[in-house]
Design a protein around this ligand. Structure first.
Ligand code: UDP
Length: 445
């Protein structure tokens, strides 16, 4: 019988996506995967066009969905985070059911933020593998959080170059119950059998090496490579046709991830900035709590005025957009998945970090890896980036000498990433992990 792994993502898009990519990789190594989703996410994922589970089936990969109830407290982030522990009972029940049906798993692969997972794995005598949801650099910063003071120059974190306090992830900069949970989850990960990261050695060698004798984070990314291609065209044909009609690398894709809210005043500046840049754009703009439709958030008449220049919708399949040859730049909040997806497609980034790990990611993107620019914000408490600055930076990203340089750098990283996932360390680490899971004798019924 094939080795069997139970994969449990944190219930959020930016965590489910990389876990699903990991599921595909493990399944293509012959591992049967049970992928655990809360009801809410199960509905979203399975109702999508060419959904992940049917897609896996078409590819002959054994990835089955398992449903648990929506047991988290909705509302604010703190309540949500603190109620993640409610998942434990349901996952434990699932493990017991799998065991009694004769499909005993050998391990739980869990999102590092799910602090209950390692003790649960131990109770069921299973291996535990943590998937770290952001950069290894962020792991090192948070791992060494007890060292970090907020002095002007933070130049002593192993494997991390000199930072300013503003470059730190919010879990360190702004203590809160959520920050505490995140920092604790790194301490807990010391007890996991493996920690894997959606990154690659050429990008983060120093941070990866610095953790080797502490909690090693094995790079297995970019997990989304080989990249998402256009599916059968159903449901996306309008966007595809539109993109097909544009010259190569002439369109900028704009998205600020799956959940952060951008203030309306900033959205208006972005809208005007994109229009003034003259570049065609595809903008994933989610309605905020007060809006039922995106046009309510935009200047009056904007969509009509820009109908030749841009497509605006609450959601695009980002992997597909970034892989289209007409797309030449990404205006992004610097979520970690977005960065990995952009590198995998060789697309330079204009960074607009908003919170959490995004400031750190943006700092690295611009100053260390050098395939990104950063928008300069106004020096008041609202920190708005004005339309003029956006328009100017979009032009720098898309045309001229600096654009050519950025593209050259990101292309080099893309080649290195491709090499890592085919013959390099990411491929080796993944194979070692799969072999380890196959080796484990499943506990008897
Ligand atoms: N995403 C997408 N379409 C959108 C917005 C986001 O497909 O319109 C996907 C994106 O490809 C990525 C994930 O959602 O895989 C967002 O993760 P990221 O880490 O970039 O940001 P987060 O949402 O966690 O802030």
């Amino acid at each position: 019988m094939a080795a069997h792994a139970v994969l449990v993502p944190f219930p959020g898009r930016g965590h489910i996506n990389p876990m699903m990519h990991l599921a595909r990789k493990l399944a293509s190594h012959g591992i049967s995967v049970t992928f655990v989703l809360t009801e809410y996410w199960h509905k979203i994922i399975t109702e999508a066009e060419d959904d992940d589970f049917s897609h896996a089936q078409k590819l002959g990969l054994d990835i089955q969905a398992a449903l648990i109830p929506d047991c988290m407290v909705a509302g604010n982030m703190v309540d949500f985070f603190l109620s993640l522990s409610n998942m434990e009972t349901h996952v434990s029940e699932l493990l017991t059911n799998l065991k009694s049906s004769g499909t005993t798993p050998s391990c739980i692969v869990y999102d590092t933020f799910l602090r209950w997972a390692v003790p649960l794995a131990k109770r069921h005598a299973l291996l535990s593998v943590a998937l770290w949801p952001t950069s290894v650099t962020n792991f090192s910063i948070m791992y060494h959080s007890d060292l970090v003071g907020l002095q002007d120059c933070i130049d002593y974190i192993p494997g991390v170059p000199s930072l300013k306090p503003a470059d730190l992830p919010s879990s360190i900069l702004s203590p809160s119950p959520v920050s505490n949970e995140i920092l604790q989850s790194i301490i807990d990960a010391r007890d996991a059998d493996w920690v894997v990261g959606n990154s690659f050695y050429a990008l983060e060698s120093k941070a990866i090496d610095a953790l080797l004798h502490k909690t090693p984070v094995q790079s297995v990314g970019p997990l989304n490579m080989p990249s998402a291609h256009w599916g059968d065209g159903k449901g996306v044909s309008q966007c595809r046709e539109w993109l097909d009609s544009k010259p190569a690398r002439s369109v900028i894709y704009v998205s600020f991830g799956s959940f952060v809210q951008v203030p309306r005043a900033q959205i208006r500046e972005i809208a005007m900035g994109l229009m003034q840049s003259g570049y065609c754009f595809v903008w994933a703009l989610r309605p905020d709590k007060e809006a039922s439709h995106v046009w309510e958030m935009l200047p009056v008449g904007y969509l009509e005025q820009c109908k030749e220049q841009g497509l605006v919708a609450p959601w695009f399949r980002q992997g597909e957009i970034l892989s289209h040859p007409s797309v030449g730049g990404f205006f992004s909040h610097c979520g970690w998945n977005s960065i990995m997806e952009s590198v995998s497609e060789g697309i330079p980034i204009l960074g607009f970090p908003i919170g959490m790990d995004q400031f750190t990611n943006c700092k690295f993107l611009v100053d260390e890896w050098e395939f990104g620019l950063r928008g300069r914000s106004r020096e008041d408490e609202n920190r708005i980036i004005e339309a003029e600055e956006i328009s100017r930076k979009v032009k720098v990203l898309m045309e001229g000498e600096e654009s050519v340089r950025l593209r050259g750098v990101v292309e080099r990283f893309r080649e290195l990433a491709k090499e890592e996932v085919t013959n390099g360390l990411s491929a080796t680490n993944l194979k070692l992990l799969a072999d380890k899971l196959k080796e484990v004798k499943c506990p008897s019924k």
